[in-house]
Design a protein around this ligand. Structure first.
Ligand code: E4P
Length: 254
């Protein structure tokens, strides 16, 4: 068994998933995630929030999008992406804004030059899939964004996307289960030799994150407010207040 486990650890995720399914009869995702940590990304274009999340010591990467950049009034996009890469030293998604192949490729090559940490974010449209395939062949990392169905996720993975970003909150907004989509994608990717990481996006609250972890999603990207909520609990605050008050009382009585 030990030899078999060492072999699995040495394998790429899809292989050990497949091996485990075929030879050990384990179908629970928690087994596979024994080998890897879930990654935390922050979903923002606010440098202060990125720095604060990074200082916590648990941040693995950053996702941005044109709306988030507009909210922060980012005027020099390339300089902004460079600054974020310098802080985080991990994957930073920079989204293209063209919708044609040539335009997206030009943007992709430009932003990819900013830093080795740049991941080119490409929309899940026909031209985008072609762009992802070309960039994958060139060794440039991609995050395929605006995914709302398992079939879209499968095509993106076949094109060679490094990350797929299913938007759970926006599906919930239209009375469709965002988390069910995550489960479907995790299951489908687990059946094949697909290296694409499932990056749960459009997270609105801590339960999205908890469910994503239970399902074995690779990455969760969250607004700063959700990261803060992951840590806080009213009973922790009440408990700490009582501990400190009792300690204070003890000091005064000595
Ligand atoms: C993902 O990469 C997107 O930037 C983001 O998660 C979208 O979230 P929203 O639906 O809250 O705008």
């Amino acid at each position: 068994m030990q030899v078999f486990l060492s072999f699995l650890i040495g394998c790429k995720k899809p292989y050990y998933k497949a091996c485990a399914r075929n030879y050990v009869f384990i179908t629970d995702n928690s087994f596979y995630n024994f080998f890897e940590n879930m990654k935390f990304f922050i979903d923002t274009a606010n440098i202060k929030e990125i720095q604060e999340a990074y200082d916590l010591g648990v941040l693995d990467g950053v996702t941005t999008n044109p709306s988030l950049c507009a909210k922060e009034g980012i005027s020099d996009f390339d300089a902004f992406i460079g600054e974020v890469c310098d802080i985080v030293q991990g994957p930073v998604s920079a989204e293209v804004v063209s919708v044609d192949y040539k335009g997206m490729m030009e943007e992709a090559h430009r932003v990819a030059k900013i830093s080795e940490h740049v991941v080119v974010k490409v929309p899940l449209i026909k031209e985008g899939i072609k762009v992802i395939k070309t960039l994958s062949d060139e060794g440039i990392k991609t995050n395929c964004t605006l995914c709302f169905s398992p079939n879209q996720a499968l095509v993106a993975a076949k094109a060679g996307a490094n990350y797929i970003s299913p938007f759970v909150g926006r599906l919930d907004d239209i009375s469709t289960s965002g988390m069910q989509l995550i489960q479907e994608i995790v299951d489908i990717y687990g059946n094949y030799d697909l290296d694409t990481e499932v990056l749960v996006a459009s997270i609105r609250h801590p339960m999205h994150m908890v469910e994503a972890a239970q399902m074995g999603a690779d990455v969760a990207t969250m607004p700063f407010g959700v990261i803060e909520k992951l840590i806080s609990h009213p009973l922790t605050d009440i408990g700490l207040e009582k501990f400190l008050a009792d300690w204070d009382k003890l000091q005064k009585s000595l």
